[in-house]
Design a protein around this ligand. Structure first.
Ligand SMILES: *Cc1c(COP(=O)(O)O)cnc(C)c1O
Length: 434
């Protein structure tokens, strides 16, 4: 499989380059040059297959010419070490629970798959691969845990001191081994600037094989299609069309769904649901895309004012607004509406939504009301409620338990290295300490 940049379809690169570069040199995002359609027989028998089997079939169709089958199998089996159950929440809504991985959020899928694929490329060269990642919280934990112990890779996580929650910080500062946490005296933007500058620095590039692990990487997108297939396999009523509501920020999760649909998955409609950061729902209403600075909300992993994967969505529909808006509906909800949904779902069904899943739930219910369709409605529950303990407890007036994997992190001592936000200090650290 070759990959093109969304800014230039004629320049093609191979899988290794797309994955290790992340972003194309022209700042476009990589897309597969063709998307294989899976045979009907696969869909007819999908409910008899395991999550790992489904994921392998999808990966093999996309990357089977680039990575040997037994290696792909190992990568998939390592990625899918936990379930993604479809759970009935009420008569109208099913939750696809994507929070059963080690850091309790859907980003585990992308991070684990990408780490294994990079580990495979590392084995083929003499040089270690160094992954630099700037995080405001969740990406750092998913990436650090995904790469932990993967031979031939080393992860450096940069995070703003005092600006991530305790639970988040513990998830990437307690690991050790091939994971180093740099606690930057500065903001998240400072962390991102340091990482960007490192990629442009000749001394660092001479010494290390540097790569980033940000959310636009094609190796994070591909595994985000797996669970749409698996959710479809779990739907009980096979005669009803399936719709997915995706609580979205950078729209990587939704783009994973579009990829699944292009591979033949019969999805009737995608519902792009956001918090107050509503540039995509607005685009779907007006056909005008207008990026804005992000606003802070209680579903903060979706506080994105200029969603990076929007260009991929456009690309998949050949920039055709009418086609795109026929397949994707869009709604935005306030924090008050989000809290009301959390209370309502808990009161009526004792199901605890996290703020992100609650936004997804709201989008699904609104779509069902407006369309009046008789469909199987699934919303993506992207994080465990304990990851947003304060908001959930305050909203439901109820204390919630921290699940075992999170408790384990909380008990470990934090190990981080403090650095200032200037590039020279960061560079010296990397040159002398890795
Ligand atoms: C990252 C994240 C999202 C948003 O996903 P995108 O792919 O950026 O749209 C939603 N919920 C949670 C919990 C997240 O961590």
């Amino acid at each position: 499989m070759k990959f093109y940049s969304t800014n230039n379809k004629s320049a093609r690169v191979d899988l290794k380059e797309a994955v290790t570069q992340g972003l194309a040199p022209d700042n476009g995002l990589y897309m597969p040059e063709s998307i294989p359609v899976l045979p009907q027989e696969f869909f007819d028998t999908i409910h008899t297959k395991s999550f790992q089997e489904i994921a392998f079939t999808v990966t093999n169709a996309l990357l089977g010419k680039d990575v040997p089958a037994e290696e792909l199998k190992r990568i998939v089996e390592h990625t899918i070490q936990f379930e993604a159950p479809v759970v009935e929440v009420d008569d109208h809504a099913y939750a696809l629970e994507l929070f059963h991985g080690p850091t309790l959020a859907f980003k585990d899928f992308g991070a684990r798959f990408m780490s294994q694929l990079l580990g495979y490329f590392a084995k083929q060269q003499n040089q270690e691969i160094v992954i630099l990642v700037a995080t405001s919280g969740d990406t750092g934990s998913a990436v650090a845990n995904g790469f932990l112990g993967v031979k031939g890779t080393r992860v450096v996580v940069l995070y703003p001191s005092g600006k991530v929650s305790d639970i988040q910080e513990k998830q990437f500062t307690t690991l050790g081994q091939n994971v180093t946490a740099l606690e930057v005296t500065g903001t998240f933007d400072d962390c991102q600037r340091l990482v960007k500058q490192a990629f442009l620095d000749n001394d660092l590039r001479k010494k290390y094989f540097l790569t980033s692990a940000n959310s636009i990487n094609i190796a994070r997108l591909i595994p985000q299609s797996f669970y749409y297939f698996y959710a479809y396999a779990q739907v009980k009523d096979k005669n009803k069309p399936v719709v997915f509501s995706i609580p979205s920020g950078n729209f990587g999760n939704l783009t994973g769904g579009l990829l699944a649909q292009r591979m033949g998955l019969p999805v009737h409609k995608f519902i792009a649901t956001t918090n107050a950061n509503d540039v995509v729902p607005e685009y779907l209403k007006t056909s005008v895309f207008h990026a804005r600075p992000s606003k802070q909300t209680i579903s903060n992993a979706m506080d994105v004012g200029n969603p990076s994967n929007f260009v991929r969505m456009l690309d998949l529909f050949n920039q055709d607004f009418s086609k795109l808006s026929a397949d994707i509906a869009g709604y935005a909800f306030s924090d008050d509406e989000t809290r009301a949904a959390m209370r309502h779902v808990y009161a009526s069904n004792e199901y605890i939504l996290d703020p992100h899943g609650a936004v997804g739930y709201l989008g699904l219910i609104k779509y069902l009301e407006e369309s009046g369709e008789d469909v199987s409605g699934i919303f993506l529950e992207t994080a465990h409620p304990a990851k947003f303990k304060e908001v959930v407890e305050e909203t439901l007036s109820k204390s919630i338990d921290i699940p075992q994997p999170l408790q384990k992190f909380m008990q470990q001592p934090k190990k981080s290295i403090g650095i200032a936000s200037d590039f020279e200090g960061f560079k010296a650290y990397l040159l002398n300490n890795l």
